[in-house]
Structures are given as structure tokens and as C-alpha cells.
Design a protein around this ligand. Structure first.
Ligand code: ATP
Length: 341
């Protein structure tokens, strides 16, 4: 993408949703760069989404290639693996132009700040038990740091909690009410250029071993060693969902409200892609247990667009492509700084 004599390129780390981000950028006319760990380049070559691949021996070397990226006028698109590998502090120190508001990162990564944000937005949240002795219903115990839910455990009461927490020495955790219902990950996009909130799609996750437990009867589960039937939540893939249409207004309202509060807590607020991780109960209540303030891998099934983006755009529009279009429109209108954090 060219403005004046400036030619911008789109870059990201080769992992998570990079295929979709790079393909979307190419569809919008950008040249692309994939930053890959040595040995992991093949997939990005094979799908022809990267005009250039920069290989590094480990993510700690990312800082060493910043000048290369600056010389190429690269704009970095963050995804969950990017944030996890570079770390929040690393992201804040980045010299390379970065799509998104860096100030929002601390609000999503710190569970108490995240809760304050979602509460202010009037979202329904799972109850938190600050004192384990108060546990009066099934709970899920989560550890700090987004590791895709690996290691989380369920407890039915205080005694059960005490027994299980012993295996997780000195880790910081939060005890959350376990919500029974179906999981619905809602993907949004908010553009600071059009000032419009868009629903991009929905997905559910495929998690090991929790999604396999139901395939064996309770009798056979009882026969298995305990470690094998303790649920774990290692994410291994995502499946597309179309939500019942009557829930859409509520999802729109929730997304809008999250955006409005974000403008107050971390000006200019959250923009670009984000996801509300929700559970819909048998009573039809939508409970939100987490927000991801960037592209989620749940948008990956929609490389060619989702039913919702098809309704709106009438052309293939993935979340990756929507990001590139936001940047393109910002460049064309001389507002690039409005989309960089
Ligand atoms: P990520 O950052 O990748 O979203 P994480 O490590 O923060 O992952 P969560 O998304 O909070 O983990 O939770 C992992 C999984 O645990 C969820 O996908 C869901 O299956 C389950 N889960 C989390 N919170 C609840 C809850 N309150 N009730 C029921 N299930 C839950």
C-alpha cells in the first residue's frame, strides 16, 4: 500500500492467525512479511501469504530485527501468540508501528482490571470466590497468564479445592463460578476510522480433554485413572457457529458497551478486532467470562468471510482482511496514527 513515497507492509509472527492476517493484507494490496522461528517457515511459503520471511532463532530475537522492519515501513499486527511471546512489556517498548491500542493490554491481561472493565460495561460475569471457604457451587480454578486453559481444574466444594490446589504450588489463581451452558465466542471489529462496531462471527473451541470426556459413558469414566478424567482445556482448534438470530441485538449491545467503557479507561479505547468469550445458559442468559482485545484464532475458520461479513460486505471479508482495510482507509485519509498504538 503506497501513500506519497511511503510504501507500507504488513508484518506478523508466523503463528496463531498469521495465515489469515497475511492473506487479508495481500487481498487489500499490501506486501507482507512473516517473522518465523527457524524451521517453521514452510507453512507460510506453502500458502504463499508472505512476500518475505524473516527467520529468527527464538522470540527473544524479535527486538534485533526491529530496524529491518522499520526500514521496510512494516506495520505489526498483534495476535495472542505475538503478545505471549513478546510479552506486554516488550510490546510497550516496540519501535515498529503497531496496529491497536497498547494501553488496553494491561486491562485484558490483569484479571481484576478486566473484571472492572466488563462490570462497568454491565456484562453478566461469573461469580468470583475471593475466599475458598465460601465456595458453595461448582467452580473453575484458573491460573494467571493466558496459557489456553491448560492446567485449570474444577472443584465441587472447599474440601475438593484444598485437595486439588496442593498440586499447583505458589501459582496465582482465581476461583470462578463454573457456568453450565454452551460456549459462544463472539468476534467483533470496531473501526476508529468508520466509528462502527461490526459483528464478524462466532465460534466454539475444541479443547482437550474436556471435549472428549462425553464420548465415554460415566461407567467407563469411573474405570479410568483419575488424571485422565480430570478435565483440561488445551485448545486444539475452533469450529464455526451461527448464533440464534434473536441473540444478535444483545451481542451487539454488549460489544458496544465494552467499546464505550474502553474509551474512558484507556483512551482512545479499544479498536480493531476483539472477542467476548461467553456462555449461554439454559435460561438464555449470556455470561461473559473473558475478553480478548485482539484477533482470536476463532476467526480462522472464516478466511473467506463468515455469514455475517458476507451479509455486510458482499465480498470475502476475513478479520485479517478487515484489519488491512482499516489500515488502508487510514492511510488513504491521512489518519494512519489513529490506528497505531
Ligand atoms: P485464552 O486466553 O486463550 O482465552 P485462558 O487461559 O484465559 O485462555 P479461559 O478462556 O479463561 O482460559 O478458559 C479456558 C476454558 O475454560 C474455556 O474455553 C472454557 O472451556 C472453560 N471456562 C473458563 N471459564 C469458565 C466458566 N466460568 N465456566 C465454565 N467454563 C469455563
Amino acid at each position: 500500500m503506497v501513500r506519497g513515497d511511503m510504501k507500507y507492509k504488513i508484518a506478523t509472527i508466523g503463528s496463531h492467525s498469521a495465515l489469515q492476517i497475511l492473506k487479508g493484507a495481500k487481498d487489500e494490496g499490501f506486501e507482507t512479511i512473516a517473522i518465523c522461528i527457524k524451521g517453521k517457515e514452510k507453512i507460510y511459503e506453502s500458502f504463499k501469504v508472505a512476500d518475505e520471511i524473516i527467520s529468527i532463532s527464538g522470540y527473544s530475537y524479535f527486538k534485533d530485527i526491529q530496524n529491518k522492519l522499520l526500514n521496510r515501513n512494516a506495520i505489526i499486527i498483534p495476535h495472542a501468540s505475538f503478545i505471549a511471546y513478546i510479552g506486554h512489556e516488550g510490546v510497550e517498548k516496540l519501535k515498529v508501528p503497531y496496529y491497536g491500542n497498547k494501553k488496553i493490554l494491561k486491562w485484558e491481561s490483569d484479571r481484576s482490571l478486566e473484571r472492572r472493565w466488563l462490570k462497568q460495561a454491565n456484562l453478566k460475569l461469573p461469580k468470583i470466590f475471593s475466599n475458598p471457604q465460601d465456595i458453595d457451587r461448582p467452580v473453575i480454578v484458573k491460573f494467571h497468564g493466558a496459557d489456553g486453559g491448560a492446567g485449570y481444574f474444577l472443584a465441587k466444594n472447599h474440601k475438593d479445592f484444598k485437595k486439588k490446589i496442593k498440586l499447583h504450588h505458589k501459582k496465582r489463581y482465581v476461583i470462578q463460578e463454573y457456568i453450565l451452558g454452551v460456549h459462544m465466542y463472539a468476534h467483533y471489529f470496531y473501526s476508529p476510522i468508520t466509528h462502527e462496531l461490526e459483528i464478524m462471527g462466532f465460534d466454539k473451541r475444541y479443547e482437550s480433554n474436556v471435549d472428549s470426556l462425553g464420548r465415554i459413558s460415566a461407567r467407563d469414566q469411573m474405570a479410568l485413572p483419575k488424571e485422565q478424567v480430570d478435565p483440561s482445556y488445551l485448545i486444539v482448534g475452533n469450529m464455526p457457529i451461527v448464533v440464534r438470530e434473536s441473540y444478535l441485538p444483545k451481542y451487539m449491545e454488549m460489544g458496544q458497551s465494552v467499546i464505550e467503557v474502553s474509551k474512558k479507561i484507556a483512551s482512545p479505547g479499544l479498536f480493531g478486532p476483539f472477542c467476548l468469550e461467553t456462555i449461554i445458559t439454559p435460561e438464555g442468559e449470556i455470561i461473559c467470562f473473558e475478553i480478548s482485545a485482539r484477533i482470536v484464532a476463532g476467526t480462522n475458520p472464516y478466511v473467506n468471510g463468515s455469514p455475517y461479513t458476507w451479509l455486510k460486505y458482499n465480498e470475502p471479508m476475513s478479520t485479517g482482511r478487515r484489519i488491512a482495510r482499516d489500515i488502508k482507509q487510514a492511510i488513504q485519509q491521512g489518519k494512519l496514527k489513529d490506528v497505531l498504538g
